[in-house]
Design a protein around this ligand. Structure first.
Ligand SMILES: [Zn+2]
Length: 191
């Protein structure tokens, strides 16, 4: 009788154990960051794909000065200065001006050029292209498909499968880890 009782107790304990294991541990949330962002920048969203058209002076009020300088004044950050240059975390890169999703980490590669580099954007509509003949060079500028923030340039010396190198200023990128991005997307789209 005692043996049966112990067995039952064991079985019960094991069941409890599997129960607690199957519960997903809540990840450190990135929501605070998003809330902070939308508090100062009402157009910032990772899910709203409607185009953003703001006047330059409005952007100036909404964006941190380094983001404003690159996104709206087509500036360039110093090479090797971005924390995303050699960054290898899995996740999604967003436009720091409007929150539009731009690149996934799977398409990031080490180009050695000093700026975060990708061989493909997340979707065709995530990026806008424009010929850039400034500085006496023939280049193709890439801009955010939602808010037209200047991101960087695209060159045709990238790796397969596209052969393209999207050379992007890290200042205009926001990164969210894969798991957190999924949770945030689910939360925002259910609102
Ligand atoms: Zn944008």
């Amino acid at each position: 009788m005692k043996k049966i009782f112990i067995l039952l107790l064991l079985a019960f304990a094991m069941q409890n154990c599997t129960h607690s294991q199957s519960k997903t541990t809540p990840m450190a949330s990135n929501d605070k960051k998003t809330e902070d962002k939308t508090a100062v920048n009402p157009v910032y969203s990772n899910t709203d794909s409607s185009k953003v058209n703001l006047k330059d002076e409005e952007w100036k009020k909404l964006l941190p000065s380094d983001v404003y300088y690159i996104a709206r004044q087509k500036g360039t950050e110093r090479p090797w200065s971005s924390k995303y240059e050699g960054f290898k975390e899995k996740g999604t890169y967003y436009c720091a001006a409007c929150g539009n999703s731009l690149f996934v980490s799977d398409t990031k590669f080490e180009s050695g050029c000093g700026w975060p580099s990708f061989y493909q954007p997340i979707s065709k509509s995530s990026i806008i292209y424009e010929a850039d003949h400034s500085l006496g060079m023939k280049r193709t500028e890439v801009m955010c498909g939602r808010c037209k923030a200047h991101l960087g340039h695209v060159f045709n010396d990238g790796p397969p499968p596209t052969g393209l190198r999207y050379c992007i200023n890290g200042v205009v990128l926001d990164f969210t880890k894969a798991k957190e991005a999924e949770e945030k997307y689910n939360k925002e789209s259910s609102n």
